[in-house]
Design a protein around this ligand. Sequence first.
Ligand SMILES: [Zn+2]
Length: 439
Amino acid sequence: MKPAVALLALLLVGANAPTAADPRIAAMVARVSAARLRADDETLVGFFTRNDFSETTSTKTRGVFAARDWIRSQFESIAKTSGGRMTVRLDTYVQPKTARTPRAVTESSVIATLKGDEPGPIYVMSSHYDDCNGDCTNGTRRAPGADDNGSGTSAVLEAARVMAPQHFRGTIIFATFDGEELGLWGSQHFADELKAAHVQVAGDVNDDIIGNTHGGSGAHETHVIRVFSEALPAGAKLRLVNLLGSESDSPSRELARFAGETIPAYVSGFRVRQIFRADRFLRGGDQESFQADGFPAIRFVEPNENFTHQHQNVRIKNGVQYGDLPQFMDWNYLARATQANVAVLASLALGPARPAHAQLVMHHLGYDSTLRWDRAAGATSYEIVWRASDAPEWQHSKNVGNVTTATVPVSKDDYILGVRAVDAHGLRSVVSYPLPVRT
Ligand SMILES: [Zn+2]
């Protein structure tokens, strides 16, 4: 190959460059405090139980509503740092009795909304603050819930703390849900409310069990976090998915890839383990409520869980301590996991919107690929990305300038393509997967 031709090939088919750190986001990430996360988690544990059936309002020191009131008070003091842009409210309703529960029960989630500078997409960081001992309908026995899910709830509070003083293009909702353990109730109630109000949620980042590094299997990992993402969005047309081979390009999966590319730029040595699955076997999480309503959503969870510390009565049996206790938490890991969340949320909410209506144009047989899309808020240019059809991650990218249609010398028959927006700071959006069109 002649040097000039080689250079041209290099320009046309660039490797997908790693995400570069934005100093504004790096500053927020640096403010995350392991000591504050620990203090918040221990406060949550201190309410003795946060079980759904401990919902009495007669005490300020014990039970799920005492915990709720404390979470609300934390968000309210955080809101004071936002210049009036953060509002705090409860999402309270009566959950009817189900086959799994003895009676109807009042559910009350705490929702803090940090208003963006522009109208447009909304991003959610979520956790659940209710918990379980060995019996998820028992509201009287001790249920510390340090990891499940004091960890995620402390992370949401700390992320709100470091982000509330900052301005973002997009709106961010910090949600701590009630009623996860018995059926994702609080999150489904809230997601349904957003859907009914035609709110466009561009991504929910859900945190549930993100604070322990010693697995029950003996595995110990301190610099990796699992991200679960569903394969197909609600209402997917299976015939079309089968025809296109788009089974690994749901909006949730693209959000998971975005997290995987973003986090290493901000949290040193920390990386994502992609699990291309909605959640673990026999388990679920609040991200599924958002997915059920057609919103992209992912779940963060520690790499190696320990089942002697989840949904267990606090006890010692055969010399083994059972129970979800703070002594089994790794606070520095929880800090890294929280930093990962801040990096993702801030990149989403500061950066450009995802290009809407992305299309792959196929009006004739050809050796290249033409994409087109709508202009995205905040974008100053666009990148076409592609990967081999059997590759999990984007492998190549090419900046095509500030245009809304572009052709790349890549065969659409052999590669999966996408498009993302880039802003003046170099921040990238989540990739939009293009739907094929004939005209
Ligand atoms: Zn949980």
